[in-house]
Design a binder for this molecule. Structure first.
Ligand code: IPE
Ligand code: IPE
Ligand code: MG
Length: 239
């Protein structure tokens, strides 16, 4: 995995809504959780390919706070899957110089998963090639609310203060704004993901279901990004 030098046409921070596992499995007459199992395999491939495209921060939406509304058996299978993969993937993350952190609430997760997250964060803390952020029990609106509460006593808090407060108690180093959001599975919505950080993100939607997403699809998304004219409210450099 050799990272490419950064140019301003490459997205530094890519955030992915990994959607479509359940439908992918159902279409094949398999239980939904079979889709989740294949989905976690895809994560590894994407994490290993991302640095070759100049990506330095990759935020992956693994479980939203609203996903607790799913049947208990699907939820518990997901939690077990997250835990076992976290534990087994750490050596590979270390080999690839990846730093893993998690965003979202920790206090409602099974203890074994919360512990595994903490351990993975600790062991990979010195990774410099890629910062992989796993969003688990994550809700952007809850996170914004918590940041607002944290800053309630600060007079004239700036956007930077707010950005720092967002990462919250678990990661004091905030991630940069999102450059590119990718959503698989055909839906065109954000589902409460990184609402603050996506203020000027480019949005890429694909009908490819997450279990079938691969390095080539990541490249297509980056190519789409490279064709955009990011104006940030000003006029384009081309005039
Ligand atoms: C995304 O796939 C993974 C999680 C939300 C955990 P889904 O499980 O939402 O798959 P679909 O959208 O039902 O196909
Ligand atoms: C968003 O997908 C959450 C994750 C991919 C983890 P959902 O499948 O939960 O989103 P909705 O319900 O279709 O908006
Ligand atoms: Mg879905």
């Amino acid at each position: 995995m050799s990272p490419r030098p950064y140019t301003d046409t490459q997205p530094m921070h890519v955030a992915i809504i990994m959607d479509g596992n359940g439908r992918w499995a159902t279409q094949r007459a398999m239980p939904r959780v079979a889709g989740h199992r294949v989905g976690v395999e895809v994560v590894r491939k994407v994490v290993e390919h991302a640095p070759t495209l100049g990506i330095t921060t990759l935020t992956l939406y693994a479980f939203s706070s609203d996903n607790w509304r799913r049947p208990a058996t699907e939820v518990s299978t997901l939690m077990r899957l997250f835990r076992s993969r976290l534990v087994s993937e750490v050596p590979r993350l270390l080999d690839n110089n990846v730093r893993l952190t998690a965003i979202g609430r920790r206090d409602r997760l099974p203890l074994a998963l919360a512990d595994a997250l903490g351990e993975a964060e600790e062991k990979t803390a010195r990774g410099t090639t890629l910062h992989m952020r796993l969003a688990i029990d994550y809700s952007a609106r809850d996170e914004i609310l918590r940041a607002a509460q944290r800053l309630a006593s600060v007079s004239e808090a700036t956007r930077e203060d707010f950005g720092r407060a967002l990462g919250g108690e678990y990661d004091s180093r905030p991630a940069p704004d999102v450059d590119l959001v990718i959503r698989t599975g055909g839906e065109r919505r954000l589902s409460d993901f990184l609402l603050w950080e996506c203020a000027y993100a480019e949005l890429y939607f694909t009908d490819v279901m997450w279990p079938e997403f691969g390095p080539k699809d990541l490249e297509s998304a980056v190519e789409y990004f490279q064709k955009r004219d990011r104006r940030f409210g000003a006029l384009s450099a081309a005039g």
